[in-house]
Design a protein around this ligand. Structure first.
Ligand SMILES: [Zn+2]
Length: 163
């Protein structure tokens, strides 16, 4: 792993200010989230599935998404978590809190917290996240940028795309 000083996608997100969204959405209480686009705190009802950032005014989706088969979407942008199941297929751009890949994905993803690629997972493209877990049997083609608490970036080189 070599250190990389910057990455074009990372500076857009004030990662140090981004915090994990509370998981409990069963109550009617208000939760605090950090806008992944501007980093500011906003209060939203726990059951909300979308909102508008009161600071940067961008529309934010809060839903958790499970991709069980071939997804027709080419762009997913949520403050929730995304799971690509073993038979799931997604190609395009994905931004989420965390992404769990057990199926196949081609494209680019930004996960403000964590990316996991399991032993059945295959990913080709570019990843930017804060915590990256790749199972030994997983297929990882492309590259990843892992941003640490001290704002240093670890560059993780995968296999060549298409190999
Ligand atoms: Zn915002």
């Amino acid at each position: 792993m070599a250190q990389a000083s910057n990455h074009p996608r990372l500076p857009m997100i004030p990662w140090g200010d981004v915090r994990r969204r509370p998981e409990d959405r069963g109550s009617n209480s208000v939760m605090e989230i950090h806008c992944p686009l501007c980093g500011q705190v906003l209060k939203v009802p726990s059951r909300a599935i979308n909102t508008r950032c009161t600071h940067c005014h961008k529309h934010l989706y809060l839903e958790n998404i499970v991709i069980a088969d071939l997804s027709g979407r080419t762009r997913i942008n949520t403050c929730g978590d995304v799971v690509i199941e073993a038979n799931g297929r997604f190609s395009g751009e994905l931004q989420a809190n965390s992404v769990h890949v057990s199926g196949r994905m081609i494209g680019s993803m930004v996960a403000t917290q964590r990316v996991t690629i399991t032993r059945t997972g295959k990913f080709a493209g570019v990843i930017a996240t804060r915590e990256l877990q790749i199972a030994p049997d997983a297929i990882f083609q492309g590259e990843a940028f892992v941003l640490h608490e001290d704002e240093s970036v670890t560059h993780v080189q995968g296999d060549p795309i298409g190999a």
